[in-house]
Design a protein. Sequence first.
Length: 722
Amino acid sequence: MKNESSDNKILSSPAIKHGMRRRDFFKILGGGIIVFFMPLPEINLSSATAEQRRGLPKDYNAFLKIGEDGTVTCYTGKIEMGQGIVTSLPQMMADELNVPLEKVKIIMGDTDLCPWDMGTWGSLSTRVFGPSMRAAAAEAKGVLLELGAEKLNVPVSQLEVRDGIVVDTKNSSNKVSYSELAKGQRIEKHLESKPTLEEYSKFTFVGKSYNRADARLKVTGEAKYAGDMKLPGMVFARILRPPSHGAKLTSADTSAAEKVPGTTIIRDGDLIAALNENRDKADEALTKIKAEYSFDELRVNDKTVKEWMLAADSDVRIERTEGDMEVGRKMSDKIFESVFSDPYLAHTPIEPHTALAGFESDKLTVWASTQSPFGLKDELVSELGMPAEKVRVITPFVGGGFGGKSANQQGVEAGKLAKLSGKPVMVAWTRDEEFFYDSFHPAGVIKVNSGIDKEGLIKFWDYNIYFSGTRGSETIYNVPNVKATSHSQKRGGPKVHPFATGAWRAPNANTNTFAREVQIDIMASAAGIDPLDFRLRNLKDEKMIACLKSVADKFGYVPGKSPSGRGIGIACGSDAGTWVAEIAEVKVDLKTGEVKVIRIACSQDMGLCVNPEGATIQMEGCLTMGLGYTFTEELSFEGGNIKDRGFDTYQIPRFSWLPKMETVILDRKDQAPQGGGEPAIVAVGAVVANAIFDATGARLYRMPMTRERVLEAITKVQHTKK
């Protein structure tokens, strides 16, 4: 969620002027009926000044076009990176316009064809952009009905649309198709009101399962990514990289590199690159550059980061407070203090950051794997000093982002090198570079102090977050005395994180859900109450209650006090407007500490589910990815030196780890759609940690829960019993 200052920054940004101009739309795309619409919920206009509102360009819109052949096309700056909106958004358009699904197309992520967009993240595409797009489709249908009324000489109230054909309800032979109505038309409509949307009970496509529209292309290898693009005369660039984020280049000798056949060395300040038509030769030239650096490192590593953060000077902000902590303490029969922590995590997308940049005459085009094509365009305009109309960014399919492709360093590097060399330049990061320049999920520490009375009701909740973000930190339970405090980087103070951090699939909600749900489990066990019953008796949120009950039913849950020896854990949370609950069963080897997740059930309330098949795939993907941060993923580093540079040391989930997965999507067709690409991942660490405790009595407070840490926790329990 953006604050007021960030909203104002977006409104005043030149980026909103860099989309396609309306006057150029018909020139490029031909005739038809165009509806311009502004997805207002993405920017909080209520925080804008009157001057800013007046200055907001009319060209800041999304476009929906009804073509002369009856094809419906939506042009949006959103991108497809595996989340499935290439399928679900057309489903929504088809229903709103009452046209066959195969008549709907979507053009995405092209800054010359599409309107400005803030970027694709936060599970916003379906829940924020989707309703705006539906409204534009409803407006377009209204225009077509008006044209149909004129053509058929009947009132609009006497017409209805069937599969893209406007039909006279009193004379079915009196009809006209969308394509006939659009022919020869050059109509602009500006969506300023909220037209009546199609009733959910009348949906034909929304709510039904469809295979991914891009599935065949991706399975056959026909799908094109940035690295698949080619231009005549293209060269590959290998760029000299520092050995650490604390390193500064002091000297570089490129004489040996310049002798590699076909190699051109480009130097622009600290940017030094070897260019060659042969990628292997570019690699060879890079190894021959002799560079020296000075170092200014933070004295922290992966072993000391927890203590480093707790000792750091920070900005302290009360996020929310209710009731009185001292009153809550006095009301409590038992009080619990816990400290949880998790490490830095890499995004590890299957496709590393890649960009191809080339000039045609004086216009630069960059094909880039980015979640923010307009953000990259802005950066290129600024870095290269070029007019906005002379820069175009095209985002083909993106091979995974998870928040890590919001920054655009590779795109700027490609654009700069293309300008300096006069040749098309491909910058494709190696896996080593991908790890080094990743903006990592931030390490963090959570301190929780809470209490319950004799009936097992939570009486106070004192929650402290250190340097890892507040998303997902809501208490969610019915607690009369609550305080949440955030400790963050002090402006102008010494750095805490030794390298860049950023969004990592449901950013920070994983950390906060882990801390909250393990603390809840600690209290349930101490109260001698079944962990599901404990949650239900402390909840008033009907959505969360429904998720917990439905997942218990799907799992076949049998109540029992924990630890029961069964290895069953429960956790719940929310993200992107979606409520989620999970139950997992694990098997723990007491001699080795190895944990095997046998099965996991997941239920979510995501409002209207546009494509259940796509949503299920996202849920399963979240559960799978979540096993990585649960068991193995942890960045090794020393100061600014990233030690993990590949999958030989940084282990992500394997297919052999996967448990039986069962999913439930609650039927909420009468409610607004919510995010589905992130919620299920938030509770994975907590549900497994609670299942390990149920199996062994060993409590884990730190992620990931490696074999060594699990075994250490088990050993402590065994020693305590002795």
